[in-house]
Design a protein around this ligand. Sequence first.
Ligand code: C2E
Ligand code: MG
Ligand code: MG
Ligand code: MG
Length: 284
Amino acid sequence: KLRQNAASQFLFFEKPMTREIQEKIATEQELRRALEREEFVLYYQPQIQLDTGMVTGMEALIRWNHPEKGLISPYAFISVAEQTGMIIPINEWVIRMACQQTKQLLKDFPNLSVSVNLSPYEFENRRFVHKLVKLLEETGIPPHHLDLEITERMTMDTEKAIAILKRLKSIGVTISMDDFGTGYSSLSYLTALPIDRLKIDRSFVRNIHGKKEAILPAIIRLGHNIGVKVLAEGVETEEEVAYLKDKHCDEAQGYYFAPPLSYEELIVFLCEHHYKKLHVQERK
Ligand code: C2E
Ligand code: MG
Ligand code: MG
Ligand code: MG
């Protein structure tokens, strides 16, 4: 009886498992092909300094421009890419492209900095630091124009994270803590991490059940107390902008200012923004 049960369980579980693995293998091959065929594209979301309205930089966000399915969100493929290791060559492509395109932009907008999202795999990969140095040399972008976004789960082993971050910072790049507030990082260790900026997760920017009132000003103060800049993610309304300015948040990013833009759209945004700024200054 028991045996029969075990067998039926086996039959029950085996099929979906193999199918899941097969799907993963298929997706891995598709991702590899996409990389070879240059089907990935970077979109850029501007980051705005709140007290001046200046664009300080932009976050590079990957999309897969699939020949049949159209533009595919990173949520649909980043996790498989991480599970299969394909994230390593994909993110190498992301960093190279982000640096190349930003290098071009620096000619007209010399203060811009580009942020890229790191994956846990490459963060812990010892060769990553060397690869980064090579990419910076190859693209010719000064290191302080590149910002690396990490997440709290990468810093769970604090001692290890501090060592990795120190090595990265020695190159000259800056570090931002992405989606801050959603992870499990120990607040007491936050002071020990050599980071430059906290990016407050958009769930704290939205006023759900008074969450904003209770948490947002506290995170901004926390950031300033430990000497880092604070950026609010997912800012969508004028009211949110006013609130963040009032609480002395340094920067913001979100649909209120711009959605993630294609490189061409980003150039238009930067020109218009720059022009508007000059115009306002002239009128003063
Ligand atoms: P993230 O790093 O937290 O990026 C912010 C996400 O919020 C982006 O989604 C962006 O489009 C979205 N967003 C921006 N402003 C607003 C807003 O005002 N309201 C709302 N509701 N959403 C907003 P996206 O581009 O779909 O990226 C999703 C996630 O995929 C990113 O979250 C990041 O974790 C990951 N990702 C994107 N590009 C890369 C990459 O090149 N490498 C790696 N490893 N991960 C990436
Ligand atoms: Mg990010
Ligand atoms: Mg984020
Ligand atoms: Mg977020």
